[in-house]
Design a protein around this ligand. Structure first.
Ligand SMILES: C[S@@+](CC[C@H](N)C(=O)[O-])C[C@H]1O[C@@H](n2cnc3c(N)ncnc32)[C@H](O)[C@@H]1O
Length: 146
């Protein structure tokens, strides 16, 4: 018997309605190995392309820039940046399962598992740019990014 495919609404509900950080991480753990195929083949996701393009424009094409892909997930944004010519991209995500998927793409330098709600384990001025693609920080979304 084949396993029923979770619908777009169901998976987004799990992510958007996560009441605490642990619930959000459980949702990403359960989704990590299907995230790329769901988003790209089923849901028509293109935000990673727009995000990479926006960064490329903001950096005026400076592909030598050191970039931190914060909340990298499975590495969709990093993948697009690599296609644009970026070679110095580090990855950071709180979910070890999403990070493991990103690592398989072999496009990042360092892979860091860290919570962006806390001070990051990176040196000041280590990066020329930080990119966030389609990120939900729960439960303190806006406050944490200030
Ligand atoms: C919707 S995914 C987006 C992934 C990728 N940027 C993309 O465009 O496909 C959001 C990612 O943010 C990560 N995340 C959420 N809260 C975080 C936090 N507090 N610290 C670090 N990563 C976090 C999740 O683990 C998840 O991998």
């Amino acid at each position: 018997m084949s396993e029923r495919k979770i619908t777009e609404t169901e998976i987004l509900n799990q992510v958007y309605n996560a009441t605490d950080h642990e619930a959000l991480m459980r949702a990403y753990r359960d989704w990590a190995d299907r995230y790329d195929s769901d988003l790209l083949k089923r849901f028509g996701y293109v935000a990673h392309i727009a995000t990479a393009k926006a960064l490329h424009e903001a950096l005026q094409g400076a592909t030598q820039a050191r970039v931190l892909d914060a909340g990298c997930g499975t590495g969709l944004v990093g993948d697009e940046l690599t296609k644009l010519g970026y070679r110095h991209i580090d990855a950071l995500d709180y979910s070890p399962d999403m990070l493991a998927q990103a690592e398989r793409k072999q496009i990042y330098g360092t892979m860091t598992q860290a919570d962006m709600k806390r001070r990051l384990p990176t040196d000041d001025d280590a990066y020329d740019a930080v990119v966030h693609g389609h990120l939900h920080l729960r439960p303190c979304h806006r406050r944490c990014l200030q």
